[in-house]
Write a protein that binds this ligand. Structure first.
Ligand SMILES: NC(=O)c1ccc[n+]([C@@H]2O[C@H](COP(=O)([O-])OP(=O)(O)OC[C@H]3O[C@@H](n4cnc5c(N)ncnc54)[C@H](OP(=O)(O)O)[C@@H]3O)[C@@H](O)[C@H]2O)c1
Length: 276
């Protein structure tokens, strides 16, 4: 098994992470599917090329242990996908301190900690690739997601700067920016602030929630997680030094509009779409 390529992915219990684990497995890679509670995960089966390991990005000991077990099992890790993440939503003033902290701990510091833990291994091998799952929300913003955007814009800056620094060591960094995807993101994973103390925000928040609801007609344009997994596979296989992989029709359209239109016009469109 030691001559196959090996990928380690965070956040494989659902959505994009799970679809990516399946996709790479089907493509013949060794897969280290990490998650907070591997004991609860029943739909990904272990075999000689797939192992499930505990990794909570908020817990450095689990990061270290997962890497150790993965290297012991497959000898080498070639690609790490920093996928674990979730969104907070609502007016900033309604957010509690612990909600703000957790958003940054998971989406930003988790990525930094995993990256720093993997670096000695990539350095030793003089090769390795990080694929950081940013978001269309790492390039543009939508109302009431200020903290989520702050983490994803940070991921963009972190990744873009890091790729210069690691290139001469044979290590590269890429970002994947999905648009809206049919996962648990907008359901069980979404941390909504309690707006009951802010009645003046309530009607706008309701509009935002309605537009964001996966049961709405707008959700027909959402990507399937398997489509994002295919883009992650492209990023893992890229030999042309491409940095950015925008994933999903909606994300490509929004990014095109952002570059073509004046910010004033772009902002008016976003406002109408999200709150109109
Ligand atoms: N869905 C979208 O529309 C969309 C769009 C752009 C970007 N993204 C990004 O895509 C990534 C994956 O999200 P998804 O859409 O697949 O949503 P999802 O189905 O909710 O999956 C999120 C995953 O992150 C894991 N996670 C949360 N906190 C963690 C922690 N402390 N340590 C390790 N894992 C943790 C969750 O594990 P548990 O099961 O333990 O909670 C779950 O496996 C995120 O970074 C998200 O920001 C999603």
């Amino acid at each position: 098994m030691k001559n196959r390529k090996t990928i380690l992915i965070t956040g494989c219990s659902s959505g994009i992470g799970k679809a990516t684990a399946r996709h790479f497995h089907q493509k013949g890679w060794n897969v280290v599917a990490t998650m907070r509670n591997p004991g609860k995960e029943k739909s990904l089966s272990e075999d000689d090329r797939l192992i499930k390991l505990k990794l909570d990005v908020q817990d450095k000991a689990t990061i270290k242990n997962a890497l150790k077990s993965a290297i012991k099992r497959f000898g080498k890790i070639d690609v790490v996908v920093n996928n674990a993440g979730y969104g907070t939503a609502g007016p900033l003033e309604a957010a509690r301190d612990d909600q703000i902290k957790r958003q940054f701990d998971v989406n930003l510091f988790g990525v930094i900690d995993v990256t720093r833990a993997v670096l000695p291994h990539f350095r030793e091998n003089k090769s390795g690739r990080f694929i950081n799952i940013s978001s269309m929300g790492g390039l543009v913003t939508f109302p009431f997601f200020s903290l989520y955007h702050a983490t994803k814009w940070a991921i963009e800056g972190f990744s873009e700067s890091l790729q210069y620094e690691l290139e001469h060591l044979g290590i590269d960094v890429k970002v994947v920016e999905p648009g809206a995807v049919k996962t648990d993101f907008a359901g069980r994973s979404l941390d909504l602030f309690d707006v009951s103390g802010y009645p003046d925000h309530q009607s706008l928040v309701e509009k935002m929630k309605k537009n964001f609801d996966q049961r709405s007609s707008k959700a027909s344009g959402y990507s399937e997680p398997e489509q994002i997994a295919a883009v992650i596979f492209k990023a893992a296989s890229d030999a042309n030094g491409r940095f950015r992989f925008i994933a999903g029709k909606d994300a490509r359209l929004v990014w095109r509009l952002r570059r073509l239109l004046s910010f004033k016009l772009f902002r008016a469109i976003i406002k109408k779409q999200a709150l109109g």
